[in-house]
Ligand binder design. Sequence first.
Ligand SMILES: *Cc1c(COP(=O)(O)O)cnc(C)c1O
Length: 463
Amino acid sequence: MNERLRSLPSVDEVLARPAVRALAERVGRAAAKAAARAAIAEARARLQAGAAEAGDPVTDARVLELGASEAAPRLRRVINATGVVLHTNLGRSPLHPEAVQRVAEVAAGYSNLEIDLRTGRRGHRSAHVEPLLCELFSAEAAHVVNNCAGATLLALGAIAAGGAAVVSRGELVEIRVPEILSQSGCRLVDVGTTNRTRIADYAAALDANPGALLLRVHRSNFALVGFTEMPSVEDLARLARERKVYLLHDLGSGALDPGLGEFTAAQSLREGADLVLISGDKLLGGPQAGILLGRRELVEKCRRHPLSRALRVDRMLLAALEATLRLYREGRAAELPALAAIHAAPDELRQRATKLALALIERGLAATVVETEGQVGGGSLPLRRLPGAGVALEGDAAALLSELRAGTPAVVALLREGKVVLDVRCVAEVAELASAVASAAERAGQRAASPESATLDEDGTEV
Ligand SMILES: *Cc1c(COP(=O)(O)O)cnc(C)c1O
């Protein structure tokens, strides 16, 4: 084996081969070199594992294949066949075509990002979306930062740093709450128990910590059911007013339409929250963003805080957010891809799944239409199941899932009872998905998949 290892070609030898020189011409020397290195490393690993191979262990074909993947973008498009609409791992909410167009326009050149074109004076970035946000959410003032976790950090840092924030134990969501609180320089005072917190618990915490802020956190990705008790936003707001402290609501979801079943920011403000924080790319259906809505003096305090500079948004985000908000203003929110996917009718989804199954059967695959249960995802409406439809495929599921992910476009699908299932809820292009699946199946069939290396639950629908 040592002799075989010593006989492996060097990187320079591989780079000097005519096929690899041609590769370097196409994709650049750096990518060709990385591909040569990777091919040699693969061959070494195979030899060390005791493989007895005839011929050159570093083939031109493998170097070219690795070279092509080196040259392909790492961040790329994926067809979401999971049925989870706001899938955090897949980028949450897709943008509306008009938002995409506005991003392209603003990204390609200069813009009035921080200049008031009427006066020629310096303006602030949020000004482009603040009037729309105030109108849509019935808020006095608004500010936008990079994401909602950033908005929470900023709001706590600007309003409560050095002080305390009172939070129910039933709302101490991992990562977000205790960690962000401590990073913002604010002391956590937890009250109540996991399932029950009464208004008297908050009042007692304010007795012991006068001037503390009340923080309500939306539970997002889990629900409390059964014997539970939690004061309403209205109750908390009344207590906050009595004690002359602020009520901050980390709401997350960003739904504008109460029909979605999520408590909305407008409702929270109406019930008396002083500042409400939401995400741009959850139920609002726009780009990643953290939106602060509420009383003018608090919003201004956040805007002027140094963290606001660190969390500031770029022009592409603002362009996408403005376009998304305009769709709401024009009464066209149903066109937003995330909302369209959530509201898709079961009949329409069955038709889409049937179309996909037929296209796959035509290509010689064994495909069956099945019922599915989608989810909203992104930590919104954790209990809501979306009855939908999909296509189940026969064959070696682990190999197929892996080839689906490796294709262009990549496809992320589900594994159900040992079968690959393609949920069509979030699939706009059925014909494109059918071709991607057909070529993945062909590659999976050609490849001898080793069952030991396959992990069957790797495609779980983590949100
Ligand atoms: C999702 C969520 C966040 C985090 O939002 P990002 O935009 O992902 O940073 C914060 N708070 C709540 C309640 C959420 O649901």
